[in-house]
Design a protein around this ligand. Structure first.
Ligand SMILES: NC(=O)C1=CN([C@@H]2O[C@H](COP(=O)(O)OP(=O)(O)OC[C@H]3O[C@@H](n4cnc5c(N)ncnc54)[C@H](O)[C@@H]3O)[C@@H](O)[C@H]2O)C=CC1
Ligand SMILES: CC(=O)C(C)=O
Length: 259
């Protein structure tokens, strides 16, 4: 794998979509910091990247904690020799029928999903400033941040918020050569989505694979998303071909908005 001389940090890179993004960016030549609450999983992704000839480190990070995110960005820059791209991917996706949402759930989910993106933007901005160059900030929203989904009020609210923060940050940081975009996956085969499929609506209590397949009927392209489908979109947002794009949400959902 030839280095492209750039450094990226992926939060929640230890499994699911973040794992696929980390591996794809490494194969595109980025040195990658995998920032995850689960250090064992992050280390497994590092080993896989290194086995393929790439460069990566694992950094234990809690994105809901501002200091932890700043420390992770500093560690990534120090150990990997620069900082160019942050992918604010970590998120929680609990199933929450509207009347069941508790104060504790609200605090946890908003701190991880919205706080994590906000702290990631701040920490990346501070590092780009210190290094004297621009960079790219990319955050995970969802098709549930484009249309309201049944039983996901708490989650959907955070994902709509991330699109708002993305648009504002794009305007605030453009003069410093920083682009800020988001990606909106659809129904992706990851532990989070299997859990939702197992719990909501007509899928409740059915086996996970059956639950997932019932979502496929709403997808124009007729199949569920692999994590790698999303990673392809993020690779575009992280690379030079997206230099004239900012404030946008790239919907990588097989066409779910058409139904
Ligand atoms: N799976 C899907 O169908 C969809 C997922 N998304 C979004 O994509 C992103 C990734 O989702 P998945 O890969 O499915 O999730 P996942 O639950 O499979 O993986 C999430 C990763 O984030 C890490 N994480 C959780 N809390 C953290 C914290 N406080 N600090 C640092 N790391 C933390 C976990 O350890 C895990 O490695 C999320 O933001 C999710 O909302 C959006 C649309 C659809
Ligand atoms: C998990 C998710 O983002 C959904 C169902 O849109």
């Amino acid at each position: 794998m030839a280095s492209n001389g750039k450094v990226a940090m992926v939060t929640g890179g230890g499994q699911g979509i973040g794992e696929a993004i980390s591996k794809r960016l490494a194969s595109d030549g980025f040195a990658v910091a995998i920032a995850d609450l689960n250090l064992d999983n992050a280390n497994k992704v590092v080993s896989a990247i290194e086995a393929d000839g790439g460069k990566a480190i694992a950094v234990k990070t809690d994105v809901s904690d501002r200091d932890s995110v700043f420390a992770a960005v500093n560690e990534a820059a120090d150990k990997l020799g620069g900082f160019d791209v942050i992918v604010n991917n970590a998120g929680l996706g609990p199933t929450t029928p509207i009347d069941t949402i508790t104060q504790e759930q609200f605090d946890t989910v908003y701190h991880v999903n919205v706080g994590g993106v906000l702290w990631g933007i701040q920490a990346a901005h501070a590092k780009f400033k210190e290094l004297g160059h621009g960079g790219k900030i990319i955050s995970a929203t969802s098709q549930a941040g484009v249309v309201g989904n049944p039983n996901l009020a708490l989650y959907s609210g955070t994902k709509f918020a991330i699109r708002g923060v993305t648009q504002v940050a794009a305007r605030d940081l453009a003069a410093e050569g920083i682009t800020v975009n988001a990606y909106a996956p659809g129904i992706v085969k990851t532990p989070m989505m299997f859990d939702i499929a197992h719990k909501v609506g007509q899928n409740a209590g059915k086996d996970d694979e059956w639950g997932m397949q019932t979502f496929a009927k709403d997808i124009t392209l007729g199949r569920l998303s692999e994590p790698e489908d999303v990673a392809n979109g993020v690779a575009f947002l992280a690379g030079p071909d997206s230099n004239y794009i900012t404030g946008q949400t790239l919907e990588v959902d097989g066409g779910m908005q058409f139904h």
